[in-house]
Design a protein around this ligand. Sequence first.
Ligand SMILES: Cc1ncc(COP(=O)(O)O)c(C=O)c1O
Length: 193
Amino acid sequence: MKVRPFQHPSLSQSGPTVVMILEHSKPVDSLQKRGIRLATVPQVRGLPMSQDAKYNSHSKLNCVIGCLQAEQAGADEGLMLDPHGFVNTTNACNFFIVRKGEVWTSTGDYCMNGVTRQNIINLCRDNGIPVYEKNFSLVEAYGADEAFLTGTFGAQTPVSEIDGKPIGENGGRGPVLEKLQKLYADLVARNTR
Ligand SMILES: Cc1ncc(COP(=O)(O)O)c(C=O)c1O
């Protein structure tokens, strides 16, 4: 509750309003088969001195605009670039590609460094799968053998197309994603006994 409608926190008369939404939802199974369709959106992930994208803050406007732009382009989710034009992340998940057996994701400088993103990187390292956090271009993403999103809710979801271009031979899926999904399921089972 604010005494006047301006930004300074000293104008707040009481503490934050905490809202908890308790719901049980399950990822849509069909997305594992059909895969997610991404569209590159004009909205980019910004520099940390405007808003550090590493914070999972309540200020989601940047992601929401990216999400709406993807919807207008007829896609399920927006693929966002960084300020230099390298592929960064999607509006709600972290993004990975597989090329010639190597797993690539962005440097992590302009995206939320999600828990699932880090678990996948760790699983690759622990299981001899080459993994790189690096800059890569949209053309390299279009030409990937496999591509997938990570997030706590959906775990790993294949990306079947980007900007209308099909990914790989099998809707974004392939042997590396399959192996990582098994390793991740084992990790979850070990930690939820
Ligand atoms: C912008 C963004 N990127 C990525 C993620 C995935 O993070 P995690 O793997 O921790 O669920 C989230 C989830 O909240 C997110 O909001």
